[in-house]
Write a protein that binds this ligand. Structure first.
Ligand code: NAP
Length: 291
């Protein structure tokens, strides 16, 4: 496993991280086995997307017992709605929800507090007094988080956020299907220049790239701005998809969303970028938007 700088945070993160979203529906045993297997394989970055009690309990023991050697990102902007995750922008709700991550995982702080799913309608209020950014800052001041991040599925919001100087990390979808997304190259460049840690989500376009031999629609939120339809090649592999994202200069960690050890094993067949450049031309051209 290679480790990269997470922007200017001083944190060294494994080039592959675990997005725990798809452990939500798995048994406690599977969820905990996946986390332990990842740690055994030297993965040190874990993304905690929801505040749902049952989900947090599934991964709590495994994460807590390795706390001193892993990086944890916990999200702000989500709530537990009768056992299901629900987006919320209500400050009072977010104030009550975020500490549940610390309580249930039994940890003092997260490394990154990530303001999640930032959309266009969130922007006007984001930096207001009593807005979500101020709330993230107050958790940081209280010692409950070390750094502040933002995640979005909109390339313009990601670029704006990277330029504000307010965020230590940005989460954004990167995959073979968005190679030609307008302004994506700018995001990579800005994050590198400004020392913002870039966390790549959706390396498999939320699993769409694995629907081999089937005609599949890939939605805008899976690429950060492009929707397209393709018959997915029969021979595409998850390792190829991850290799591509991992080869992008500026990306610190590629978050893989897995629901089993089998999927994680498959994804760990990726290979670290080599001296000689890997050639992804035919794949990125295949997904290029036809004008
Ligand atoms: N806004 C945010 O903050 C935000 C948004 C989205 C995601 N995230 C985080 O980023 C993580 C990564 O994003 P993602 O999970 O959407 O991306 P992804 O890795 O592109 O897709 C995950 C999907 O691919 C499938 N898959 C994984 N490995 C596979 C394999 N070897 N073979 C076949 N299918 C495989 C998964 O399981 P199945 O198809 O088998 O179910 C899952 O549906 C999430 O888990 C989450 O923690 C954050």
């Amino acid at each position: 496993m290679n480790y990269k700088d997470l922007g200017n945070t001083g944190l060294k993160v494994s080039e592959i991280g675990i997005g725990t979203e798809f452990l939500f529906h798995q048994s406690k045993e599977t969820a905990s086995d996946v986390v332990n297997y990842a740690i055994t394989n030297k993965i040190n970055y874990f993304d905690i997307l929801f505040t749902v009690q049952n989900y947090l309990e599934k991964i709590a023991v495994a994460l807590k017992s390795h706390r001193n050697k892993i990086v944890i990102a916990g999200h702000l902007g989500t709530k537990d709605s009768e056992g299901r995750p629900k987006k919320t922008r209500k400050i009072e709700e977010c104030k009550l929800e975020f500490p549940k991550i610390l309580d249930i995982l039994d940890i003092d702080c997260v490394d990154i507090i990530n303001i999640q799913f930032v959309g266009l309608t969130d922007i006007p209020k984001l930096y207001d007094k009593n807005g979500l950014y101020e709330l993230a800052q107050s958790f940081k001041k209280e010692g409950k988080a070390k750094f502040i991040g933002l995640s979005t599925h909109d390339i313009n919001i990601a670029n704006q956020a990277a330029n504000t100087g307010k965020f230590d990390t940005i989460m954004f979808p990167f995959n073979l299907a968005n190679h030609y997304l307008p302004n994506r190259a700018e995001l990579l460049k800005t994050c590198l220049q400004k020392g913002v840690g870039l966390i790549a989500i959706k390396p498999l376009a939320a699993g769409r790239l694995m629907t081999r031999n089937r005609t599949t629609s890939i939605a805008k939120y899976q690429t950060g701005g492009i929707s397209l339809k393709r018959k997915i090649p029969n021979d595409i592999t998850s390792a190829q998809c991850i290799n591509y994202v991992n080869s992008l200069k500026g990306v610190s960690v590629v978050l893989s969303g897995v629901k089993s050890i089998d999927e994680l094993q498959e994804n760990l067949k990726y290979s670290a970028p080599k001296e000689e450049k890997q050639d992804f031309t035919s794949l990125v051209e295949f997904f290029r938007e036809k004008i």
